[in-house]
Design a protein around this ligand. Structure first.
Ligand code: GLC
Length: 429
């Protein structure tokens, strides 16, 4: 047997567990929590909530903290748009955003520019958090952000059609996946479906997907010491998988405009056989309210690689406090509530998003409900970081530029990665 299936099935009847709040409500007078002072209403600047549960989590807090209410300020759905708006806010020293829901790759940049309040380590117990998530909130050994959600890429696949075609295990390599597609496409139900999509539009999602293709072939964008090393045969072989897949039609042309939600809608409409996506899709695609045609029909597996299983890029979000905000003591308490075990457990049950607290991955009741948790934990523990650099904006733009040129066919893979190496070497000293 070439591979082991991870999970099939459907999440049925998810009970929403209400959580108790971590701190009591307080008066309007300024109190100090370490260096984080001030209590009162605050805002929570966050990318558009794709999971649909965030307002509920905030409502639970607000009901218990009438004088320290949190208002969500919704930023764009895509990471680049969020980053731009947060930076605009920070460079004008505006106090409009109190808590920032940072993508895990932005902490260095935001901390180095002194846009974040440093968090006292003694106030935040991170001992139960997954190790790789903890360092995403640190810069030069100091704490700036608390991991609230992790993310690891998963291969969603149409288990119903695989069963029908007599394929008993999900693909571990790209070649196996394309071969499976050839077989599946012979089924009348799959004749018009695309084989594969991920996040291939020119934005942060492409940095994630291109890095995964490169890492899955044994290449790197930057090496362990942080030095760019992307002009290599392994990196080229990795990116070339995507390039060839577009050329051969395994990746539909439309997928070159897909961000997370475009791909999710295509998968849910039955238009994709395989889809690289984050865990949040698991609950939404299993909804039986008519929004998904594939509820109960799919399963998830680890990402494919070139000659064996691939590796995910580490995703996720951390909560930080804007250096320019008022009511930082309230913000600190809200962060403790939002990242605490009870809130993360309830959020996992409601949304299938990846928690940052390790024990939730080993909880038998949760593993029963979300059988992929064990594999997801392994995927997060083995995930590769994107370059953790102060000039992250320029670095990701260069990666996106090169990867998009290659998959859209305006540059050869070879030229694209040669140029990328030159650019990254100038950016990362
Ligand atoms: C998800 C990940 C984040 C990543 C983004 C890319 O939101 O959690 O880390 O940058 O997708 O689109």
């Amino acid at each position: 047997m070439r591979r082991t299936p991870l999970v099939g099935g459907l999440i049925a009847g998810l009970a929403l567990t209400l959580v108790a709040c971590g701190s009591s409500s307080t008066t309007k007078t300024t109190t100090t929590t370490g260096t984080l002072a001030g209590r009162g209403p605050i805002t929570f600047a966050t990318g558009k909530d794709l999971s649909g549960n965030m307002q509920h989590q905030v409502d639970v807090w607000n009901a218990a903290h009438p004088s320290e209410k949190v208002t969500i300020t919704e930023l764009p759905a895509d990471a680049d748009g969020q980053r731009q708006q947060m930076i605009q806010n920070a460079t004008t020293k505006s106090d409009a955003y109190t808590i920032l829901n940072l993508d895990v790759v932005w902490t260095s940049e935001f901390a180095a520019h002194q846009w974040l309040a440093q968090l006292p380590q003694s106030q935040f117990d991170l001992s139960g958090f997954l190790k790789p998530t903890i360092s995403t909130g640190q810069y030069r050994g100091k704490l700036y952000a608390i991991p609230s959600a992790s993310d690891g890429g998963l291969l969603y696949y149409r288990k119903d059609l695989m069963d029908k075609a007599g394929i008993t295990t999900p693909p571990a390599t790209w070649a196996e996946m394309f071969a499976d597609c050839d077989k599946l496409k012979k089924l009348p139900e799959a004749a018009t479906a695309g084989c594969y999509a991920g996040q291939l539009d020119k934005y942060e999602g492409l940095t994630v997907n291109a890095s995964e293709a490169i890492n899955g072939a044994g290449g790197v964008v930057v090496d362990d010491s942080g030095k760019p090393n992307v002009n290599t045969p392994a990196a080229k072989a990795g990116l070339d998988v995507l390039v060839q897949a577009v050329q051969k039609g395994y990746i539909p042309k439309a997928a070159l405009t897909y961000k997370e939600e475009d791909g999710r809608l295509a998968f849910q409409a039955g238009k994709l056989l395989f889809h690289r996506q984050w865990p949040y899709q698991y609950s939404l695609a299993n909804k039986t309210d008519g929004s998904s045609k594939v509820a109960g029909k799919f399963a998830v597996a680890p990402l494919p690689g070139l000659s064996g299983p691939g590796a995910s890029t580490l995703g996720g979000h951390d909560l930080a406090i804007s250096a320019f905000a008022k009511n930082k003591a309230t913000a600190a308490d809200f962060i403790k509530y939002f990242t605490g075990e009870a809130t993360q457990r309830a959020n996992l049950i409601a949304t299938s998003q990846a928690p940052t607290i390790a024990s939730l991955y080993d909880d038998p009741a949760l593993v029963k409900q979300f059988p992929y948790l064990t594999a997801l934990k392994a995927s997060i523990l083995n995930a590769k970081s994107r370059p953790l650099v102060v000039q992250y904006g320029d670095v990701t733009a260069a990666i996106q530029e090169a990867a998009y040129a290659a998959i859209a066919g305006t540059k050869t893979t070879d030229q694209a990665l040669t140029d990328l190496q030159t650019k990254l070497s100038a950016l990362i000293k």
